[in-house]
Ligand binder design. Structure first.
Ligand SMILES: C[S@@+](CC[C@H](N)C(=O)[O-])C[C@H]1O[C@@H](n2cnc3c(N)ncnc32)[C@H](O)[C@@H]1O
Length: 197
């Protein structure tokens, strides 16, 4: 695996520092998002021309964005054969002039939101497809007090995130409720809640 400068040693050093067990993370943290989830969001929300899908997996969200004419920068920690592999989003430290849209590894969801808000510039959006339960919890409450989402789109019907991209196996048995959380950097307005799907 190579990092974005083509240096395989530094990519491994970065991964080692974050104590990743690659095989385990490949199995446990890869849940491809049903593309319909984003198709429906795009009926409600507009985004900047440039979008970064910073945990792109096999590109299920990136492909939808591209089909709608967006310019999409697709990266992932793991090279899954789509976009640029070996990029640890949580280590990224340069500004991005556009919006960030992803379904992040849920274990690091808050860190992903914080990092996304750090790297985009004022007025740009972060859209994260997250479990509805992301709304609760003391640590997140403290974060929401400072950085409330501008909108939360709750999925009325169940949508599927398929482990390892295997929609044939997982599409019929989804007990998780998801929502799209949208932040607009710089806004501290009270969130608006909407329903979709
Ligand atoms: C829930 S999956 C979603 C994949 C894709 N966004 C989608 O919606 O289909 C989360 C993805 O985050 C990637 N990932 C985990 N940790 C990461 C990190 N620190 N930086 C970038 N990507 C990471 C995993 O490899 C996995 O592909």
């Amino acid at each position: 695996m190579k990092d974005w400068t083509g240096n395989s040693r530094s990519a491994h050093a970065t991964l080692g520092a974050r104590n990743y067990a690659l095989n385990e993370r490949e199995t446990n943290d890869y849940y491809a998002t049903e593309p319909k989830a984003l198709e429906l969001l795009l009926e409600e929300e507009t985004f900047s021309e440039n979008i970064w899908e910073c945990a792109c997996g096999e590109g299920h969200l990136s492909k939808v964005l591209k089909s709608h004419g967006y310019k999409v920068f697709s990266t992932d920690l793991i090279d899954r054969g789509y976009g640029l592999g070996g990029i640890d989003f949580l280590q990224w430290d340069s500004p991005f002039d556009g919006d960030i849209i992803t379904n992040p590894p849920y274990k690091y969801a808050l860190e992903f939101v914080e990092k996304a808000l750090e790297v985009i510039t004022d007025g740009h959006k972060v859209a994260m497809f997250l479990k509805l339960q992301f709304l609760e919890g003391k640590t997140r409450r403290a974060f929401f007090d400072k950085s409330p989402p501008r909108k939360v789109y709750v999925s009325t019907s169940r949508l599927c995130c398929a482990m390892n991209g295997d929609f044939d196996k997982y599409s019929k048995s989804n007990a998780v409720t998801y929502a799209w959380f949208i932040w607009e950097k710089g806004s501290t307005d009270a969130p608006i809640i909407k329903w979709f799907n």
